[in-house]
Design a protein around this ligand. Sequence first.
Ligand code: NAX
Length: 326
Amino acid sequence: TKKPVRVAVTGAAGQIGYSLLFRIASGAMLGPDQPVILQLLDITPSLPALAGVVMELDDCAFPLLQGIVQTDDPMVAFKDADVALLVGARPRGPGMERKDLLEANGAIFTTQGKALNAVASRDVKVLVVGNPANTNAYIAMKNAPDLNPANFTAMMRLDHNRALTQIGQKTGNAVTDVKKVIIWGNHSATQYPDIFHAEVKGQSAAQLINDQQWLESEFIPTVQQRGAAIIKARGLSSAASAANAAIDHIRNWVLGTPEGDWVTMGVPANGEYGYSDLIYGYPVTCKDGKYTIVQGLEVSDFSRARMDATAKELSEERDAVKHLLG
Ligand code: NAX
């Protein structure tokens, strides 16, 4: 039997946590033969609620779940962690400016980056879900100088999955027929969902759809604003779909992407497509537990303007948190 994988999850008592933990424990993330130990972190006032979630995990009697840690101390939660899902974050409160949100979350991700640096597995795979996800991942990465920066990623997969479904529905095809979409840049309303490399049943999606009006006035804004539409409809932010995207992100990173397709991950930019010193959404393929950015794709002027705009927002976020970097 395989050695258990230690999976740390922060914000474990929250909404996304409630959808995420049960699927990790069931084997949906790391495979049906991979035992796991859950190392759950939340803030002190949320520990009673976390205890309730742990009671429910116990009551599932998951065969793969070999242990559960509950704590309000990141040094305990991240101890020897192989995978760290950083979900917990400070939500934007009434009257809170973007700057205040960056500041409040900056403090959380500084502490968590330092704790990962001190106690996590040297190969820990980190996925930041808590918003602003890309900049939070950047802060954690900068506060973990002993870990490989490439192991810090931000979640763009929900946006990627949203785009797959929009294209499938528009063309009347199954989501499995749609491949190679890209969400460039930031997990925010400036993200650029790109269909120009996408394929539907092997055919160019852009040529098949051939509708610039739909692209600019429907597809791009629908994907960009989907989070807000869900809050409006549900009164709460996306949770089950966000948890599903986190599962997809880690599963592909660990177990690989299928031949002939790629996924979007927010990863450190080192000059690819002209961007650097940011956590930027790129198309990646994964093999043997490592991702590779897909290089050399042709970029039109239409795409470049949008890729630059989202990079500009990311560099402004980065500059606003410069004082928090290790
Ligand atoms: P909830 O407010 O339901 O849960 C957040 C949990 O985090 C709470 O239990 C809270 O006590 C905990 N928490 C707060 N500060 C913490 C800290 N310092 N250490 C550990 N735990 C802490 O939010 P939920 O709906 O679960 O969303 C979590 C985060 O995901 C939010 O920042 C949200 O904006 C973000 N999202 C990111 C998405 C993405 O695609 N990247 C999509 C969905 C979601 O909006």
